[in-house]
Design a protein around this ligand. Sequence first.
Ligand code: ADP
Ligand code: MG
Length: 474
Amino acid sequence: MNNNQNQNLTEKTEKNINWEEIQTELKEKFGREIYESWLKKIEFVDEFRNYILISVSTRFIRDWITSRYLDEILKIVKNYKKELVRIEFSISNKKKDFKTDENNNFNIEKSNYKDQNISFIEDSYLNYNRLDPNKNFENFVVGESNKLALEASKKVSNDIAYYNPLYIYSGVGMGKTHLVNAIGLKLKQTKKVMFISAERFMYQFVKSIKSNEMVKFKDYFRNTDVLIIDDVQFMNGKEALQEEFFHTFTSLKESMSQIVITADRPPNKLVRIQERIKSRFSGGLVVDIQNADDNLRYEIINSKCEKLKHLNSSYLEIPKEIKLFISKEIKTNIREIVGALNRIISFSRIYNKVPNLIESRLILKDLLQLPENNVTIELIQTEVCKFFKISKNEMLSSRRSRYLVRPRQAAIYLTKALTSKSLPEIGRSFSNRDHTTVIHSVKTIEKIRKNDEEFNSNLETLKNKIILNKNNEI
Ligand code: ADP
Ligand code: MG
């Protein structure tokens, strides 16, 4: 923001926080990748005299944002209220209700709504018609769950109106938009293509009525070779729009133009959509995309990594272990998989190192379906004793034999790394040792880890074991 604008804004001290606007600014300021990975899910809680309260789902995300983006965020927020001096966080610890997306269609509508890309410029029809060059057939990974939808999409791309309409449905984040975007890209080479979400269609419709431009609207949508309407469930209850749409549909079909529809459910399950429209939708090919299996999820991760590797020479190879971890633990939908991978990559870029399993768990905590990682000191002590084959009494004793000191220090180190206990608390749990002993242990182990490859890898194994052990227990 330049000085001029700054000056203007300081005069409007009364202006309250508009979080939606701020988010748009954040997206512009930090770019799409950082925004999507870290900032999009910030929730605005409240505004006070000289600070605002925002909420994120994990401590890790809070720390990440604080150390990298908070100064800039504060600058942006201050433009809305210059008295602000700080931003405070609360941790919502919100666990996602993973059943919601799959079993409850009404919630799908809501979450889908949030994901709509609303960055289009609003004045021209053409601006609604943006196809994303990155969502093409070449990078759509095929598996059992999406094979039919992909085949049908390719078929209409080569043989226009072979299936008419082509109707693709699935839950949120499964690849519908990607597929129909790919159809659009392919056909655009030779045909006139119109690609629009049902919400935008509605918006444009209302706007045309208000500005007396219905003739233009009709012309525009009826003079296309290919009409792709994404998320058609959003037309529910919009009677006037449906009326218009029905006639557009009929006219396009008569002129052998291709119609492609996506929705979150099959035609007969659509709510508050005219029967005659539902019946037209069923008149072509109806095909669904099912939940991706482990294999497809893994392949998608792999293919995204391969692409990055080719595009970017500084790309750090993500080990198979981490790819498997993401593909096994994030089962909701592919959008979340892509989001998770982006976070891991964003971490790797900043630290110039790929996160290990434990770090990945932390980074992705809010997306994982794993139970909360409540590793206890008890568990750490037990596992460390087992590993080094000593007894718990020996570990907690004051004896300073080398074969006891190392395991003790390792246990202290792991407690610091895996729990949120304070140094004095940790000291107390190790037979009332002083907090300086705790610090010394942590430092010693850090040093050994750097110099002793074998010890380091033993410690990693131990760490993973503790975490997995915890998860199996629950
Ligand atoms: P939907 O429209 O069903 O909600 P999207 O098409 O927006 O889902 O897909 C969500 C994300 O997952 C997008 O980034 C998309 O590119 C990606 N994606 C989905 N399916 C695949 C696939 N089979 N191969 C590669 N990427 C995919
Ligand atoms: Mg979509």
